[in-house]
Design a protein around this ligand. Sequence first.
Ligand SMILES: NC(=O)c1ccc[n+]([C@@H]2O[C@H](COP(=O)([O-])OP(=O)(O)OC[C@H]3O[C@@H](n4cnc5c(N)ncnc54)[C@H](OP(=O)(O)O)[C@@H]3O)[C@@H](O)[C@H]2O)c1
Length: 298
Amino acid sequence: MFILVTGANGQLGRSIKSLVKQQKKSDNFVFVTRDQLDLSSISNIQNFFKIHKFDLIINCAAYTEVDKAESFKKEADMINHIAVKQIAEIANRNNIKFIHISTDFVYDGLKDSPYSESDITSPLNIYGKTKLDGENAILSIMKSNAIIIRTSWLYSEYGNNFVATILRLIKNSSYLNIISDQIGTPTFAGDLGKAILNIIKSDKFNAVETGSEIYHYSNNGECSWYDFAKEVVNNSGAKCTINPIKTEDYPTAAKRPKHTIMSKEKISKEFDLKIMFWKDSLKYCMKSITILSLLNKE
Ligand SMILES: NC(=O)c1ccc[n+]([C@@H]2O[C@H](COP(=O)([O-])OP(=O)(O)OC[C@H]3O[C@@H](n4cnc5c(N)ncnc54)[C@H](OP(=O)(O)O)[C@@H]3O)[C@@H](O)[C@H]2O)c1
């Protein structure tokens, strides 16, 4: 199988690249950054796929700046919806399989038990709305061969994310105020990357014609941002007090859902995946961050 991964400089793109290298599968994969495939132009996308042929596209690229999207609606819609629709049309015409990543922000967070994939979506912000429009475009164009994976609170060794932010802030602060009334599940991008690589190896995925499906994937368990920050501080060994605050005390441009735990039953059963507990994955990621920073200092 010849596989294209977009968003190669992002958290998930870089995580998949690192896993593929470890598994010595690099020959099957092409990783493209924004410079090589800019999704902000339809003609760019069309020209790219006229020249380059693939069996599978894994779309890790997205407009992920949730607050900025409130003022840059057109830009967010272009990457998260219009470009995704264009890729789905190309995939459908050329019998290419498509794995696309979406978000728990398609939900309004008012359900106090875990969301299942068939629950009603009702995004509270522009980012969530554009991601949902992208999902719907795929499902209306590709009756088969597409997988949409909704994930949440993604972090990794790479780029900007909550763990990196907390590690940066605790260097110069004796205390931090962190929101305690938004509940979700952190997802280590390395775990999601492994799940995607296992899915593409599976018999189910490689069956000739599989109906398009939505799945949820996060780590197991649940926490607030406050719990998440406390765990980062505990693992780091730093001395910094984390104070719980309410959403109202930290106004942001985009409204965020209060409770978006997602059931992973469907993905774990259908692809026989073992899902890690969030605290264990966080520990693993923080060890990798330490190793990477020591290597960079050498
Ligand atoms: N991060 C989260 O907490 C979270 C939560 C739920 C779902 N998700 C979803 O998970 C997926 C992976 O997220 P992530 O955290 O890995 O995202 P990320 O680190 O922000 O990476 C996104 C990548 O998309 C690329 N991109 C943006 N605009 C582009 C354009 N016009 N053309 C081509 N590439 C473009 C970026 O390129 P540059 O590097 O050049 O900017 C970046 O490398 C996304 O679909 C996201 O919506 C993320």
